[in-house]
Structures are given as structure tokens and as C-alpha cells.
Design a binder for this molecule. Sequence first.
Ligand code: PLP
Length: 427
Amino acid sequence: MSLETLVQDPSIPAESTSGASAPYDFADFDTSVMTTYGRFPIALERGEGCRVWDTEGREYLDFVAGIATCTLGHAHPALVETVTQQIKKLHHVSNLYYIPEQGKLAKWIIDHSCAERVFFCNSGAEANEGAIKLARKYAHKVLEIDYPVIVTAKASFHGRTLATITATGQPKYQKDFNPLMPGFHYVPYNDLRAVENAIADLDEGNQRVAAIMLEALQGEGGVRPGELEYFQQLRKICDDNNILLILDEVQVGMGRTGKYWGYENLGIEPDIFTSAKGLAGGIPIGAMMCKKFCDVFQAGDHASTFGGNPFACAAALTVGETLERENILQNVQERGEQLRASLSAIASKYPQIISEVRGWGLINGMELKSDIELTSADIVKAVMAKGLLLVPAGPKVLRFVPPLIVSAQEVDQATQAVESAIAELTS
Ligand SMILES: *Cc1c(COP(=O)(O)O)cnc(C)c1O
């Protein structure tokens, strides 16, 4: 059955039709917007909490959350209030002037992490670009390396700009965009020996490894958590060899793992880390954090027109304060455990289909067996017809990244939809 027939099946009840506008003309969209996405044939127009509604009034339980972005779900009263007040007051001014909201947000991040300095931008890729530039300048000015190399992991994801697709250790994102950026080298994730070998092999003439950039948990690459032992050893290796440890926390930062930052799950502190997706709950923002010692940027070295404007910073500050006030990290831990327990129960019922359930807090993956035809996209389509939005993390991994305010009942509803979809697809 095609996705079109699945989502248009009249036997699927449209639970709420209030506020629904006319059916959306997908062809109209496709003739004017670049084809950079494979899109599902639904158009979302309204949301509340963990639920969204399409233009035909059909309700979906949203376990995608804009891909790990809508931290507080949709239309959260605190976020609505903040952005409404802020846009009336002042929404954008240049970084040529002091922006109090930016200062407050930086302070909040510093108070809730190992960071000592913050730079604001607008997206994950841009935050990682900032980290790459900072590491290179640090290498030139402090480490006196003429040709600094940044080591990244295979199956990683760091963004879509030229430097960040180069940092991304997946050829599918790099194909057709040559020449790529020089100065990157890839190693397998969670493999200490490979990093040690790379550091030794790349130490040649005026070339040296200046930084290692990794995700604390690989999101896009299949929801693969970093291993404690690996990261602790890696921290030591970086210290012993004057190498900066950069963590890309764009997907896992800001509470997603049940702790504010992904590295807290690994018992280490990075020298530089980045955040974006969930930081302002869906208002575009990016941030690059570092320790004082590696902040070598001077006025004019790096900039962003929109970065750190009052609107985005006020939103992010509200997300942070709401996480604290409503004790949401505890919900992330409890709902995460509930979700993994339910998915594991499904996995033990279908051992011929599912190979593993893994994750931290509310970023979880369910991996399908590699020797079967069924893909994560097949299940995503099947659950969508049951009113659940999920997103793959590669061809064999289903990713579960609901808003952090998700309820126990909503987790149950989601796992029941997954189980019934798998039952149907395998019958
Ligand atoms: C999404 C993501 C990025 C890219 O973020 P954009 O805001 O799309 O540029 C970078 N790194 C990781 C780990 C991500 O998940």
C-alpha cells in the first residue's frame, strides 16, 4: 500500500476537524519549493502539546517534534507568552550593541553547564562552523600547528554547510559537492584504538591533530550512544596530547537525554560544545560554548547578523527556565525508561524483526534486523496511518524524539501504534 492510500484511507478517523482549513495542494508547493526533501503527503497547520493537526483536521501524536527540536511541545503557554511579549518590545537589533536577553541566556547556559563563554548563531551547522573556526584559530595561535586536522567519526552528522558536510563522516552527504574542505579525518565511533592510530599517523611535518569532534550520542547516524569508557579515555588522550575535545550536542543538548547536556551521561567535560535544535524549543537559534582557555576569538573574528537576537534568546531562556520550574528532566528520565521498556517488550515479541532498542532519556532508537526487507521508512509510513509521527535515523533505525513534556499515556499510545503496525506489516 502506498503512503498516499494509507494516509487518505477514510477508515482512519479524523479525530478533530476544528480549525481545519481546505486540503492542501501539494503540487502547488512542489512546483515552487526546491526538492531538497522527500516529503510525506500531509500538511501540518496546528499543534498543542505533543499533538499536531493537518489541513484535513487529522490528529497526530508527534514523536518527531521537528526532529528533537520542540522541547516544550507545541503552543506551550510559557513560550507563547514570552515570544508575544518580546516581539512587541524588541525582536532584533545588531550585535553592535549589548543585548540583555543574550547576556541572560549565556549566563543561564554557563550556570547549567561546564561552559565559560558562549557565542550565538542560528543553527546547528553554524554552531559547528564556529567550533571548527575556533579550534583552527586555537591550533594556529596557541598550539602553533600550521596544518591542524580535526578528527571526526564515521556515521556522524554535523550539518549541511561545506565545512560541516566535510566533518560529517557519511559519504552520502558529501557526494557531488567536491571539492570538500581540507583538514578532516574520520575514525570509527567508540573505537579508541582508531583515534590513537589517527593521532600518531597524522603527526607529520607541520600537520597535527588539533581537535576531535564527536556527538555524545550519534543521532542521525542511528541513535548510537557514546560509550562511557571510550569518552573517558578519549578525554585523557586529548589532555595528554593538547587536543581540543569538541562535542556536537545539537541534537542531544538542552535536556533531551534527561540531563541538560549529553556529556553529563559520559562523566567528562568537553572543551567546546555546540547546541541548537532544542535550545529555544523551535525558534531558530544555535550556540557554541567553550572553556575560557580556548576562547581565542577577538572582535571581528566571527559574527552572525541574526545570532543572539532578543527574540530567539528570550525564547531559549524561557525553555531553560521552564525545564527547571516544571522539573522536566525528571519526566525525560521516567518517560524514557517507560519508552525503552515498552519498545524492548515489542522487540522480544518480534526478535526476527527488531535487533536492538537503545538511547538516553527521550532520544531512543529501535533498530531493525539487517537481513530483512522491512525498513524504518516502512514503519514510519505505517504508524503515520495510525496517527503517530516518527522519523527514521537511517534505513534500519526508528527514532523516537517526542517533546520533553510527553505524558505516560502518550508514550503508551505511541508504543501501541508501533506494535500494531509491526504486527500488520509482518502478518
Ligand atoms: C541537526 C544536527 C545538526 C545540524 O543542525 P542544523 O540546525 O540543521 O544546521 C548538526 N549536528 C547534529 C548532531 C544534528 O543532529
